[in-house]
Design a protein around this ligand. Structure first.
Ligand code: ZN
Length: 475
């Protein structure tokens, strides 16, 4: 007796797309077979006719329950209870956020703190990148090595303080020497290095220059976090990657120059990967000019229309590997409180909309193949972050994380379509195709607009990156 059969859908598997039935036993997929050929009885049958059956989405870049200061107040982004719930509604079954090693604590403390935030508090499966900052001491590198062995397979750093630091000694920027040492470690241990890559000198110079010119309104953000800074910084990071052999995953690629730099390194055989965000693909710096246009902002910044179209090109045709969100969910009041280049709040609540928007804009509107859709929303993140083939694929032996996308859902997104916070930059957006059913490890967790998941049912997932991913551009 099977636990579940998903019948009648168009299934997207690594070997092709077809009318197949997916059989599930316990947590796992046990077979993918021609429609009607699974004769074994099942406790539950999900009728998937008229839908496209894809692996559960994997969000590789989310800031959940992240403390920050807004208008002098200590606040925090939305916690796992809220984000994981919204993610399941939107067809994302695994979330990756960050265990941040702030000055004054070590890596083990950072992991313990993150575990306390998540354990028993998530509806979806989850894992944590490590974030390192400032001057990375030898004892910290030692702990990172142990953490990698323990299943924390990815480390993130910033090459900039992003905003002018209140205390210049306490920035999160990692300078080139420390980056070199970290890259050597990442290369040796077979992990993945995530880089928020901007040129700090250029960014801080522009903050000062704009202040001197009294042009500090938020809509000038793209003049501070520029294409040139992305270009210069990516190439500098890639140069060190070439010296050390370290794999690199650039988070939130925002400019066409970023895609170009990644492409050149990949053509040399370097294990380099690029992520962009669905808000970067759908809005540009002109949107900053709208009333409350800071609502669109995510660091580094929205760029020009030409950049936006290049990002779509990278997602649809290749050149970029993943569509992420940089989830940073706050209330509307907090999101629009900052009004200058130095104090706007970056990020937004995208974990729910990522899959649907990528399907609607990518597949329905731009003719992206279904396999490419799966690659950018799930499979590539699973491979690059070390979750594959447990996650990110519909195949025997993999977790039964499965999403049904109904391409006939056509509407204008309204307030009721969102299950988190009190605003969405996607309100009013026309869509064609949207996730309708979400299955997490064999359990139907969202169906007919209802959540059936259990709080605390999400599991922590240990990760290890395959050597083909860390040695060459393998997806
Ligand atoms: Zn981020």
């Amino acid at each position: 007796m099977l636990d579940l059969i998903i019948r009648g859908g168009q299934v997207v598997a690594p070997w092709g797309v077809g009318d197949w039935d997916v059989a599930v036993q316990g947590d796992k997929i046990v077979s993918v077979a021609a429609a009607g050929t699974v004769t074994e009885e099942a406790i539950r049958v999900v009728d998937a006719s008229g839908t496209i059956v894809v692996p559960g989405g994997i969000e590789p870049h989310a800031h959940i329950a992240a403390p920050f200061v807004a208008q002098g107040q200590n606040v925090s982004t939305a916690p796992p209870e809220q984000v994981s719930r919204a993610a399941l509604f939107g067809g994302t079954t695994t979330l990756l956020d960050f265990a941040v090693q702030n000055p004054g604590i070590d890596v083990n403390q950072a992991i313990a703190e993150r575990t306390a935030v998540w354990q028993g508090h998530s509806y979806a499966d989850y894992s944590h990148h490590l974030t390192l900052s400032g001057q990375i001491q030898p004892n910290i590198l030692g702990q990172v090595r142990e953490a990698i062995e323990d299943g924390f397979a990815s480390i993130k750093i910033f090459t900039t303080n992003v905003r002018p630091p209140a205390d210049p000694g306490q920035g999160r920027m990692v300078r080139m020497g420390h980056l070199h040492d970290l890259m050597e470690l990442v290369q040796r241990e077979g992990a993945m290095l995530l880089v928020h890559s901007e040129d700090d000198d250029m960014v801080m110079h522009m903050y000062q220059k704009m202040a001197a010119e009294e042009r500090t309104q938020w809509w000038n953000m793209n003049l501070v976090h520029t294409n040139e800074s992305e270009d210069v910084s990516f190439r500098r990071v890639l140069n060190v990657a070439e010296w050390t052999g370290s794999p690199v995953y650039f988070v939130h690629v925002s400019a066409r120059q970023g895609i170009q730099a990644i492409g050149e390194s990949r053509s040399k055989g370097m294990p380099v990967y690029g992520e962009t965000l669905h808000n970067y693909c759908c809005f540009n710096a002109d949107n900053y000019r709208e009333e409350n246009g800071m609502k669109y902002h995510t660091y580094p910044s929205l760029k020009s229309e030409e950049d936006r179209l290049s990002l779509w090109d990278g997602i649809v045709k290749g050149g970029l590997n993943t569509m992420a969100t940089d989830e940073y969910c706050t209330s509307w009041d907090i999101k629009i409180a900052g009004k200058t280049i130095a104090d706007v709040t970056g990020g937004h609540n995208g974990a729910e909309t990522r899959l649907g928007i990528t399907f609607s804009e990518g597949v329905s509107k731009r003719g992206m193949s279904l396999q490419r859709f799966v690659d950018v929303t799930s499979a590539n993140a699973a491979k690059i972050m070390g979750l594959y083939p447990r996650k990110g694929v519909i195949a025997p032996g993999s977790d039964a994380d499965i999403v049904l996308i109904n391409p006939s859902i056509k509407k204008r997104l309204a307030r009721d379509d969102f299950h988190i916070t009190d605003y969405s930059i996607w309100e009013g957006f026309e869509i064609a195709g949207w996730p309708s059913t979400t299955i997490l490890r064999g359990s139907v967790v969202v169906e007919n607009g209802q959540l059936h998941a259990t709080l605390g049912g999400g599991q922590f997932i240990r990760r290890k990156v395959a050597t083909d991913i860390t040695n060459r551009p393998a997806c």
